[in-house]
Design a protein around this ligand. Sequence first.
Ligand code: AMP
Length: 351
Amino acid sequence: MIPPGEVIGILGGGQLGRMLAMAAQRLGYKVHIYAPENDSVAAEVSQAHTRASWDDASALAAFASACAVVTYEWENVPIAALKGLGETPLFPSVRALEVAQDRLNEKEFVENLGGRTASYMMIDTAEDLDQALIRIGSPGILKTRREGYDGKGQWRIAYDHEAEGISLAGQALIYEGLVRFSSEFSVILARGQDGKCVFWDSAENVHEHGILAKSTVPAGPAVQAQIGDARALAQKVADALGYIGVAAFEFFATDQGAVFNEMAPRVHNSGHWTIEGAATSQFENHIRAICGLPLGETRLAARGVEMRNLIGDDVLDISALAADPANHVHLYGKGVVRPGRKMGHVTRLLA
Ligand code: AMP
């Protein structure tokens, strides 16, 4: 067990790191952020910030030696950087990140454990894409295997001829058939050092332009019927990885049952509602798990919860949002408003 007062290192400096840091501090830990950017919103609320690049071996080693345990809040941290952390414990493991960083690895891993995914094919060349359009057909989505997020690195292909204009530019890609789903939902779990898993209620998620817009708990009946299978799969993946910490699994609810879309080896936007809406938040349980503390209860703290993201200009409505006493307003302290940028979120509890 890592006692309160010790330093937790977090790789990545965004809003997930900020909310993790706040949860860690509530439990008496100190937080050291490693992030290359100058304006890290996580570092703003932490005791220390190493501002260095991901390939700075001496900065990584010095950071690791200043921390009792290290975790990550961003799944694109280069694997080589994790290997530079020496003896300091790292949770979740390097293996979890390796699997989740690449959409192809992730799908193969989950399929091998019996999970259902969209039909997919690996795409390296224009010929591969022609083959995929023959075998899987359109509509579909071409995605970069790595580093896509919030709908970035994705091209929707409604008709086969639409693929002709796309320059593959030597990127490693995956083509997925479009899944006809009735709704989307996520399973978020925390797995402790003793291997025990706890789950939060699954949120039903609505995306707009590939970005999460809204999460609602409890999910509707179509989702409720599929949560059991989805949880069983998520637990299998977590067990197979020897996972420690919080992980999120996104699913499509379909007529054929739950279809796995992707996993995040970290706390997740669709779990932000747990700060006010659950007995213990995803952020606190992640800190508990990596520090070897018992996990907290995950039960719903209200009849229901709704979380909406504040994206881009949405944040300009702050006075109106704050005026409504039912709103719990969270702003991430990002200075520059850009279209599509996650600036904060608002949670409402249903009494
Ligand atoms: P992703 O980055 O893979 O999570 O994709 C972002 C969003 O795009 C998802 O939450 C879905 O709304 C949509 N999407 C992605 N892949 C598919 C698919 N194969 N079929 C249908 N919708 C998809």
